[in-house]
Design a binder for this molecule. Structure first.
Ligand code: GRG
Length: 294
């Protein structure tokens, strides 16, 4: 079972990596901006969001090539968010995925522009999509700007920054994660379902499933902060940087956080089941995200 999932992930990572690189290589972008954008795109991300998008369209019997531009756009936005999140004005991180962060490898101004370039090019990718109808492109661009923007991921980022050094309650923590991490995961599944022609009821189920998945993803991220992912060792419990931040394990205890994660997984699977699609690969991906170790 797990081998099948690993094969699926690897096959799609290869497919996506080539397309992501081509989307930058083929463009007339001045240096060092082009290298800087490529540097972060090629830095070895897991491609969870675009793979989730592909698995969702395939669960509806759709073709991944149709959704590819939206999948690339989503990974561009995710990569931009990581570049900006690492900047001195934000998290001030020197390492990402075990490599120097973009502003360390290049410089701060180039890193800011690389993020800006990726964000804006994401909309171009969708509007140029060969196999999407005009209505689908409009919906995909509208939802991406909502999910990534000032009422979505960017809102989550500022709320998260404001919450630093304070102990927020569980509801507020959930809202921060729903915006900061959840919105892009919701986008991944929602757009794929929409393009595949999901009914309104199916769309509701898929969106609700993705909401559970977003929180589950974040709880696992908090757990990894404690048990160590190589980017996080040193800023887990015990470091000044992260010590005062509310996390699921801090608010619920480790056992409570694991229980909450398992409940979210059960709800996500139930919603998937109710969407009446071929859920096999999506269910395996949910399991993988719940137990991921990096
Ligand atoms: C700067 C506008 C702006 C937003 C930043 C997403 C985000 C908002 C910051 C990232 C900080 C962080 C560690 C969030 C926790 C969850 C998360 C998004 C982890 C990184 O995603 P993965 O695991 O990363 O998919 P890879 O490296 O695999 O692409």
């Amino acid at each position: 079972m797990e081998t099948k999932l690993n094969e699926y992930i690897q096959k799609n990572q290869t497919y996506l990596n080539q397309a992501l690189e081509d989307a930058i290589e083929d463009k007339d972008i001045p240096e060092p901006l082009k290298s800087s954008m490529l540097y972060s795109i090629k830095a070895g991300g897991k491609r969870i969001r675009p793979i989730l998008m592909i698995a969702t369209i395939e669960a509806f019997g759709g073709d991944k090539n149709v959704i590819l531009p939206a999948a690339l756009a989503l990974e561009f936005v995710h990569t931009y968010s990581l570049i900006h999140d690492d900047l001195p004005a934000m998290d001030d991180d020197d390492l990402r995925r075990g490599m120097p962060t973009n502003h360390i490898e290049y410089d701060e101004a180039t890193a800011i522009l690389a993020g800006d370039g990726l964000l804006t090019q994401s909309f171009e990718l969708i509007t140029n999509a060969e196999h999407l109808t005009t209505d689908q492109k409009l919906f995909a661009v509208k939802r991406l700007s909502e999910a990534a923007g000032s009422r979505g991921m960017v809102a989550g980022q500022i709320l998260d920054m404001q919450a630093e050094n304070t102990q927020v309650e569980l509801d507020e923590l959930k809202q921060i994660h729903h915006l900061k991490t959840g919105q892009l995961l919701i986008y991944a599944m929602e757009i794929a379902a929409y393009v595949a022609g999901a009914t309104e009821e199916q769309l509701d189920k898929i969106t609700a499933c993705a909401e559970e998945l977003g929180l589950l993803f974040q709880i696992q991220d908090d757990i990894l902060d404690i048990y160590g992912d190589e980017d996080k060792i040193g800023k887990a419990v015990g470091s000044d940087e992260e010590n005062d931040k509310s996390t699921y394990p801090k608010l619920l205890g480790i056992d409570g956080a694991i229980k909450e994660k398992e409940e979210k997984k059960a709800r996500a699977n139930k919603l998937l089941n109710e969407a009446s699609i071929d859920q096999t690969m999506l269910a395996e991906l949910i399991q993988y995200l719940s137990n991921r170790d990096q």
